[in-house]
Design a protein around this ligand. Structure first.
Ligand code: HXC
Length: 258
């Protein structure tokens, strides 16, 4: 499919989706977010893809929702159009692992989009923030909810109330990102992580994504029950037999997603 606001490359089992509105620091408008959703869905359905990397440019992952697109909208417009709601749901429904590789600004909807991915690898130049309060609004795609789950109440309140930016080091120490690397190494690091995931059984990788996400939706006892049943279920797969046989035989497992 031909895209106008993103660039998609598929190689070595990895789909790399690059946000590409350089004139607006990758600000998220309806077109871009719809294209991201379509590319993610295509990657999710493709047997050539086992892991997805979502990235932006060196200067910006994304500097937020497109303020030009939103500025003149009314409450009624936002409500009736359910602004970015269907896109959020489409991204949440992706079953394959998604790594956000963030360089430069990840602000507002950009930070929220990164947090919708399964984990974030940041360049040392990354800057995260929820500056919506400076525009007289609040986040609308998870900046109050997911950020609080990533970094806790105090820092989420600080970020959302002051609108300040968090650098990569602070993002690492507060748990927003899983790794920080020099900007020049960002894509190599993200691709390396994606390759590692791609070498696993996809059934197990999708089960990890599903069960970890469950931890944020359920009480602990329910989550543990869900995990246990999913764990038992994987014993119905050939990949479980292969993984454990390979360990006993002291060789690399050859997973077949069966
Ligand atoms: C539209 C944007 C934009 C945005 C940047 N641009 N961010 N356009 N929407 N969110 C445009 C600028 O207007 C400018 O276009 C060009 O990108 C370069 O930006 P500059 O401001 O000139 O760059 P710089 O001085 O380096 O400053 C970078 C920046 C700043 C600090 C990131 O651009 C900024 O503060 N942007 C807004 C960040 C923000 O408030 N995000 C939250 C949005 S609300 P021109 O044509 O002038 O060159 C949101 C809600 C989500 O995300 C909820 C969804 C449901």
């Amino acid at each position: 499919m031909a895209y106008e606001t993103i660039i998609v490359e598929i190689a070595d089992d990895i789909a790399t989706i690059r946000l590409n509105r350089p004139d607006a620091l990758n600000a998220l408008n309806q077109k871009l977010l719809n294209e991201v959703c379509t590319a993610l869905e295509e990657a999710d359905a493709s047997d050539k893809v086992r892991c997805i990397v979502l990235t932006g440019s060196e200067k910006a992952f994304a500097a937020g929702a497109d303020i030009t697109e939103m500025a003149d909208k009314t409450y009624v417009d936002m409500t009736t159009q359910a602004y970015f709601q269907s896109q959020s749901r489409r991204i949440e429904a992706i079953r394959k692992p998604i790594i956000a590789a963030v360089s430069g600004y990840a602000l507002g909807g950009g930070c929220e989009l990164a947090m919708m991915c399964d984990f974030i690898i940041a360049a040392d130049t990354a800057k995260f923030g929820q500056p919506e309060i400076n525009l007289g609004v609040i986040p609308g795609m998870g900046g109050t909810q997911r950020l609080a789950r990533y970094v806790g109440k105090s820092k989420a309140m600080d970020m959302n109330l002051t609108g300040r930016f968090m650098d990569a080091e602070e993002a690492l120490s507060s748990g927003l990102v899983s790794r920080v690397v020099p900007a020049k190494k960002l894509m190599e690091e993200a691709q390396g992580a994606a390759q590692k995931i791609a070498a696993k059984s996809m059934l197990a990788a999708m089960a990890v994504k599903d069960t970890v996400n469950r931890a944020f939706e359920t009480p602990l006892a329910e989550g543990l029950n869900y995990e246990r049943r999913t764990f038992y279920g994987l014993f119905a797969t050939q990949d479980q037999k292969e993984g454990m046989a390979a360990f006993r035989d002291k060789r690399e497992a050859q997973f077949r997603d069966k």
